[in-house]
Design a protein around this ligand. Structure first.
Ligand code: DGJ
Length: 730
């Protein structure tokens, strides 16, 4: 029993191993937030928490209840709570006031999945428990369910909301947040992950100030620019100390994540589908399900919050056989050949890669239609026989014969104007009649809100996967949405298009997974433009950024790791000068930085000399010895490139018997001091041996004294692996 109920006072307490989430129904109608934070088994009296004295605030009818002065779980527009509402409905009479009464609660073991949406799952019903609170407005028959699940061992909570039309007339949902919570206190910072193409998920941290602040996407994808995540952290919180509250939205489309500090010192945190340009017409009898938000509390700083997310997302969001398996170390031909390849070249890459110990060759963009540049053929998913005369079947089989797996790139959601499919179905793209069609990278977006479009793409991919032995696909998506309308929807439903599109993408990916359960999917969006928990439900790894420069990657991978585990952070060694920033970094650092994620290669091997090839072979061998620690271990961020001229990540296996430290400096300064690097997460009195040189250290020495690294040049990096050599029962 992770959820307890005080029936008399209508208090609902959800307890994970170390945290609690407690709420109460006041006056038979207001779901009041009482506590989210460190575990409290019995909250005792609660009035002192939600009824401030003497506030000159409006109360509703005969109630003395000042809705604006309490922490709400379900703020509604049109009543005396004048902060941001989580639900905003327009009714047939033109009104927008929803007045809900509490109907009852329902508690069940485990967790139900969300219809058509990705979500964290319980593998068995004992690891989670769910509370549903039901509310009803009789005027137009609006039924609302707030759903809360506690994952006991994982120390995480999930929330979402369902809206049902139980009335006789349709109504419009104008805004429906996945969750809203009011945290008390004004000494918080807000942390989020922002950037641009090639510079994704840099960390932004600001003091929360009075008023509304937040991030969003109106791009049709979660975006390079903002990630669907925010944390509220105590102003003094660091990597390993202080309080951190994480809120992560399991969604890949337009979102809004906000924090609003009000006059009563509550910070209202709200996440969900972006209400901007959104409307959902709900017919009588229909339900609308909002995406899920995952809430994490940490009393051990931002690092502990990240480790909770990492474990939960690695084990209970990612699915399929690759959730628990080591991923193939791959070589991708994109930065090696771009569009200029043929069967012979790809086979040459495979032969050389095999000698280096790599497991898989991925054929990227350019294998279909007549795609020799990015102006044509998206949507025509048939091999270009001038490049691949024997088709994908022959290429894939030949690669398999070399002893390697074969992977293939698709950009399923896009269409080129120069394509057979666009000619046949010009209305299959997102467009607004009478307006111009903006192109991005010369392409338009297929209207995935339409079933026939989803079916067409599903059939194209299925046909290829059935014909050729393909172990992996890279699901790319290279532009954001403009002129968002669907030729298949009536005017009253046009503002549903962007959400319906995402549902269509999820449905298509789900069908492919069902048909090909052994397929590994890596999602991608012009690098990391859709690096979100929604995508992780379908693809256990994501292409992190098109920027493969190792110095840049320190920032990108560090920021990404605030929420996402190394098991999903794909990182490739590429050529120098780097194609994105023209920087030259040593092969060692390029390899070491990529080893802090899922290592791969993306460069022309035929340009390397034998010494470099041998260095790469050794790199792949070294990675395979640490891959299980990086992929399944706990990550500690030891040095932040956002704070200094270096970065260090450490990974520790769950049993604390193996650990690996990956350190890189960026620029050297003249007469630089040595840098002290201390490890974390080990057992104090266990003895650890440096696997490379046999030196032995107490865990306490590694954690409390560490090493002093002296850097003698720019871009120096080190990978140090230790294993426990004493058997301590701790
Ligand atoms: C964008 C991706 O991020 C790249 O890795 C590559 O697949 C290109 N698209 C191909 O067009």
């Amino acid at each position: 029993m992770y959820i307890t109920v005080d029936e008399k006072n209508q208090i609902f307490s959800l307890h994970s191993k170390n945290s609690s989430y407690i709420l109460k129904i006041a006056e038979e109608r207001y779901p009041i937030h009482l506590h989210f934070g460190k575990r409290v088994d019995d909250i005792g009296e609660t009035e002192s928490l939600y009824f401030p004295q003497g506030a000159p605030l409006m109360a509703l009818d005969e109630n003395k209840f000042a809705a604006e002065a309490v922490a709400s779980e379900l703020p509604l527009y049109g009543h005396p709570d004048m902060r941001t509402p989580s639900l905003h409905i327009s009714y047939p009479d033109g009104s927008t006031v929803t007045e809900l009464r509490f109907v009852g609660s329902h508690i069940y073991k485990g967790k139900n999945m969300l219809p058509g949406l990705p979500a964290v799952y319980a593998e068995n019903e004992n690891e989670a428990e769910t509370l549903e609170l039901e509310f009803f407005d009789s005027l137009f028959g609006t039924s609302v369910i707030l759903s809360y699940t506690v994952f006991y061992e994982y120390d995480a909570f999930t929330r979402n909301m369902y809206v049902k039309n139980c009335g006789a007339k349709p109504f419009d949902i104008k805004a429906a947040a996945s969750m809203s919570v009011d945290l008390f206190g004004d000494d918080y910072d807000i942390v989020h992950l922002d950037g641009a193409w090639g510079r994704e998920r840099h960390i932004t941290r600001n003091r929360i100030v009075s008023g509304f602040q937040g991030i969003d996407s109106k791009r049709g994808a979660s975006s390079h620019n903002h990630n669907p995540f925010l944390a509220v952290v105590s102003h003094n919180a660091g990597e390993e100390d202080g309080e951190a509250y994480g809120f992560s939205l399991v969604y890949s489309g337009n979102f809004l994540a906000s924090a609003e500090l009000d006059q009563q010192n509550f910070v209202r945190v709200s996440l969900g589908i972006n209400p901007f340009d959104f409307n959902w017409l709900l017919m009588p009898g229909e339900s609308f399900c909002t995406p899920e938000t995952v809430l994490v509390y940490s009393d051990g700083g931002i690092g502990k919050m990240s480790r909770i997310y990492h474990r939960l997302y690695r084990e209970r969001l990612c699915r399929g056989k690759f959730r628990d398996e080591l991923r193939p170390v791959l070589i991708n031909n994109w930065q090696a050949t771009y569009f200029d390849f043929n069967e012979e070249k790809i086979l040459g890459i495979a032969q050389n890669a095999k000698k280096l110990g790599l497991d898989m060759v991925v054929l990227d963009d350019g294998w279909f239609g007549c795609r020799n540049n990015d102006s044509t053929s998206l949507g025509d998913w048939k091999e270009d026989k001038t490049k691949l005369p024997g088709g994908l079947e022959r290429l894939a089989k030949q690669i398999n014969e070399i002893g390697m797996k074969f992977g293939l790139w698709f950009e399923p959601e896009m269409v080129s104007e120069k394509s057979k499919i666009y000619k046949a179905h010009p209305d299959w793209c997102l467009h607004t009649p009478g307006r111009s069609k903006s192109t991005g990278r010369n392409q338009l977006i297929l209207d995935f809100s339409r079933n026939e479009v989803c079916d067409y793409i599903e059939n194209c991919i299925t046909d290829i996967l059935k014909r050729a032995p393909i172990s992996y696909i890279k699901w790319d998506m290279n532009r954001n949405m403009t002129e968002i309308c669907s030729a298949a929807l009536p005017p009253s439903r046009q503002r549903e298009t962007a959400h319906r599109y995402i549902l269509g993408v999820y449905k298509t990916m789900e069908h492919i997974i069902e048909k090909f359960p052994n397929l590994l999917i890596e999602s991608c969006s012009a690098g990391g433009g859709r690096f979100d928990p929604g995508m992780l439900y379908y693809s256990p790894q994501i292409w992190t950024s098109d920027d493969t420069d190792s110095a840049e990657r320190l920032f990108i991978q560090y920021g990404t790791s605030i929420v996402y585990p190394a098991s999903c952070i794909c990182a490739h060694v590429s050529a120098v000068p780097n194609h994105q920033v023209k920087r030259i970094t040593p092969l060692k650092m390029r390899g070491d930085v990529a080893m802090a994620g899922q290592l791969g290669y993306e460069l022309d091997l035929s340009t390397l000399d034998s010494e470099q090839l041998e260095q790469m072979r050794a790199q792949v061998e070294e990675y395979k010895k640490i891959q299980h620690i990086v992929t399944f271990g706990d990550m500690y961020r030891i040095k932040s490139p956002f704070e200094r001229n270096s970065a260090a990540f450490q990974f520790v296996t769950g049993d604390k018997r193996e650990t690996v430290l990956i350190y890189s400096n960026i620029m050297r300064h003249a007469n630089d001091a040595a840098e002290n690097v201390r490890m974390r997460g080990l057992i104090n009195d266990a003895v650890y041996e440096n696997v490379e040189n046999g030196c032995r250290y107490l865990g306490a020495r590694l954690m409390n004294i560490g090493f002093n690294f002296k850097n003698t040049s720019d871009f120096q990096s080190r990978v140090m692996k230790f294993r426990m050599v004493t058997n301590v029962d701790k």
